[in-house]
Write a protein that binds this ligand. Structure first.
Ligand code: ZN
Length: 484
């Protein structure tokens, strides 16, 4: 049997629109072409559309006859996609279409990411606007810019751009679950600007830790994994009276648990033997304990030939700052079992010439806790004489399990799937937190189709799951009169 084409799939309207979306380039931060396509689509289909100054779009449609009393429902998705390809594929993501095709029960793309994240969400939103004979109240479809690389569109959204009090985000990636909470986050940078001194009568030693599991700070922070920075400074703190820091580099990106650590220290010649002995003893003890949870760990201690180091004061300040910064989960949710509410990822240390900088990422679904932890970090930095720089945090989305909109969505979703739907909270960041921060009365809920390997060339979507979400969305629209 030859494979079907996308246009032959059901729900037909959704797949037709998705097929057209895949032909339009839409890398994050370069949404101009897709924005133009959506505007043309709206004109062609007599749907009202407006754009804000960041490039977010709002399509809207008045209530159908007899449905004037329904409250407004907002369906929301993002315009951009993560563009990834296999090494052998030649494609210009800013110009070329994605070649999507059907394979068995799935849709995937030829050697690239598919963009079902969030193209299917967009297609469902647009299809809802032009479905004939739908019993709908006022409908709004909000399409945001650059969800994937900074939540830029959601960040810049202004109150009043959309008017509804109920927002259904269609960007989750698993059928049978409703997302009700996400974490907010913010970064803190600590900077030491000091002198490097030439030290005669000193020997230099390099300590390297590698092979740790690491992981994503929004997903894996609660797992028994070691932080390479915490581990490394444990060795150095014991000897802080005898050593001078020459350089320290560990971790690579802000949202990953650091897997490696590389540090060069200078030691007065007469103390070298003793420091070496202590480091080796520390290595033995550490490996004995760490190997269970981190079987890939290696620790190397070697002589090198470095002659410059920071003074003792800076050395101690850096080490004790790193000691005082927490790493890992700080609190757990009292409403959702197993959910990390607030966490800290001591992510990166970097030495560039005479500057040492440290980056910490804080996440929390509770904005008050997020701010408290960040204030504490500021204090810690000050205590150790570091310059502290904090970016603007993005807000968390606190769970509200009793919200009427959530109850409606859950009941309808359960009818559609004929099974219990789980409520899920995540420790990663979502646009939903930013929507709620614009209007505290806004009730937000997130659902989505089954997308696998998102953000990779192996991304694919399960065809059947699109039908399930479509049915749920249609029934939610038709039952909005149950809300005020
Ligand atoms: Zn997405």
């Amino acid at each position: 049997m030859s494979e079907r084409t996308l246009e032959q799939l059901e729900p037909n309207l959704v797949w037709q629109i998705f097929k057209e979306i895949t032909k339009v380039p839409r890398p994050s931060k370069k949404e101009g072409k897709i924005r133009k396509w959506v505007k043309n689509w709206a004109t062609k289909n007599s749907v009202k559309i407006k754009e804000d100054k960041t490039g977010n779009l709002l399509l809207s449609k008045d209530a159908a006859p007899g449905c004037k009393k329904f409250p407004t429902l907002i369906l929301q998705a993002h315009l951009d996609m993560v563009c990834q390809k296999q090494p052998n594929v030649v494609i210009d993501f800013e110009k070329d279409p994605i070649n999507a095709f059907v394979e068995g029960d799935t849709v995937r793309a030829e050697g690239t990411s598919l963009g079902a994240d969030n193209g299917i969400g967009m297609a469902i939103g647009l299809a809802a606007l032009i479905t004939p004979d739908l019993k709908h109240g006022p409908l709004e479809v909000l399409l945001t810019v650059d969800e994937e690389t900074g939540l830029t569109g959601a960040f810049a959204l202004e109150a009043g751009f959309f008017s509804g009090k109920y927002l259904l985000n269609i960007d989750s990636e698993e059928v049978g679950k409703i997302t009700i909470s996400s974490a907010g986050g913010g970064g803190t940078d600590f900077v030491f600007n000091s002198k490097l001194e030439n030290k005669s009568n000193h020997k230099s030693i390099k300590l390297t830790i590698s092979g740790l599991k690491g992981g994503h700070s929004g997903v894996d922070i609660d797992l028994p994994r070691l932080n390479a920075i915490k581990l490394g400074i444990d060795a150095l703190l014991e000897q802080q009276e005898s050593i001078l820091l020459s350089s320290l580099n560990a971790g690579t990106v802000r949202n990953a648990i650091p897997r490696d650590f590389e540090c060069i220290i200078l030691v007065p010649e007469k103390k070298r033997k003793n420091v070496m002995k202590n480091l080796k003893l520390w290595r033995k003890n550490t490996l004995d304990i760490a190997r269970t949870s981190e079987p890939g760990i290696t620790i190397d201690i070697s002589d090198v030939s470095e002659t410059h180091a920071f003074n003792s004061e800076t050395t101690k300040a850096v080490l004790n700052l790193l000691l005082d910064i927490n790493h890992g989960p700080l609190t757990h949710s009292k409403e959702i079992v197993g959910l990390v509410q607030t966490s800290s990822n001591l992510a990166v240390v970097e030495t560039i010439e005479k500057k040492i900088s440290v980056h910490v990422s804080t996440r929390s679904s509770v904005n008050k806790e997020l701010e408290e932890v960040r204030a504490k970090l500021k204090e810690i930095g000050k205590n150790h004489g570091a310059k502290v720089i904090q970016d603007e945090a993005y807000p968390g989305w606190e769970p509200k399990p009793g919200a009427p909109f959530l109850k409606l969505v859950k009941r309808i979703y359960e009818e559609v799937m004929d099974k219990t739907i789980e409520l899920e909270a995540i420790h990663g960041g979502l646009e939903c937190g930013l929507f709620v921060s614009l209007d505290p009365e806004l009730q937000v809920t997130s659902i989505g189709v089954n997308i696998h390997n998102a953000h990779s060339p192996d991304e694919y979507v399960e065809i059947e799951s699109v039908g399930i979400i479509w049915d749920a969305v249609i029934k939610i629209i038709e039952n909005m009169n149950q809300l005020k």
